[in-house]
Write a protein that binds this ligand. Structure first.
Ligand code: C5P
Length: 216
């Protein structure tokens, strides 16, 4: 991504409630914080903006611009978007430390071509809609995908999508949803199993093992 006109936006203002170990940005895996992992993955980016929890001390010696996040992920991204100065953005959750160069390139290429692109994975498990406490209707997994980050957009398009969501009171867990709500198509590219989101305590064990294998 060297020389590419892209602003990397990292919402890292969550409190990591499901994990219960404080803000994920400052969680250590393989001897470095999740924020350091994310910045390493995008070290060639022309601009990196990070939203931190209110009151958090911006870490020293990290090459990024730090802003205060909002009450939700969506609000944090909206703040980062306002500050972005380049024509493309990549939005990446701090909770996904293992992002390969190949994944970033795939997303960027599709974003340049279409204006909006996200990495997805097939669903490996059987999916079921529970009926009370029991086994209900099976949902065909072939029809579904798991959505990851980084997600790429024309900056102007994502700004329009966030403005539309604000006017309509839409709440979304990722940015592609808002672009779709605006009526604009979002391209899918192949995601990576290693780019999983650290959410539960056992994910940390997995992340420690991957950190040892990951050459950076
Ligand atoms: O909790 P969730 O999985 O939705 O968080 C996804 C990402 O959004 C995380 O990187 C988290 O730090 C970020 N976030 C944020 N501001 C919030 C809540 C979450 O930047 N208010």
């Amino acid at each position: 991504m060297r020389g590419v006109e892209v602003s990397v936006l990292i919402p890292a203002a969550g409190n990591g409630e499901r994990l219960g170990l404080g803000p994920k940005a400052f969680l250590r895996v393989g001897g470095r914080t999740l924020l350091e992992w994310a910045l390493e993955a995008f070290r060639e980016a022309a601009e990196v903006l990070v939203a931190l929890p209110p009151g958090a001390e911006p870490p020293e010696a990290l090459r990024a611009t730090f802003l205060e996040g909002g009450r939700t992920r969506q609000e944090s991204v909206a703040r980062l978007l306002e500050a972005a100065s380049l024509p493309l953005v990549l939005v990446h959750d701090v909770a996904r430390p293992f992002v390969s160069r190949a994944l970033v390139e795939r997303v960027l290429e599709a974003t340049r071509a279409t204006g909006a692109a996200v990495p997805v994975l097939p669903v490996p498990d059987t999916l079921v809609r529970p009926e009370g406490e029991g086994y209900g209707e099976v949902v065909p997994r072939e029809a579904l995908r798991l959505v990851q980050t980084p997600q790429g957009f024309f900056t102007a398009l994502l700004r329009e999508a966030h403005a539309y969501a604000r006017r309509r009171g839409l709440a979304a867990t990722d940015d592609a949803q808002l672009v779709r709500a605006l009526g604009y198509p979002v391209a899918l590219v192949a995601g990576e199993r290693t780019a999983f989101k650290i959410t539960y305590p056992e994910d940390l064990t997995l992340a420690e093992a991957l950190a040892r294998a990951w050459n950076v």
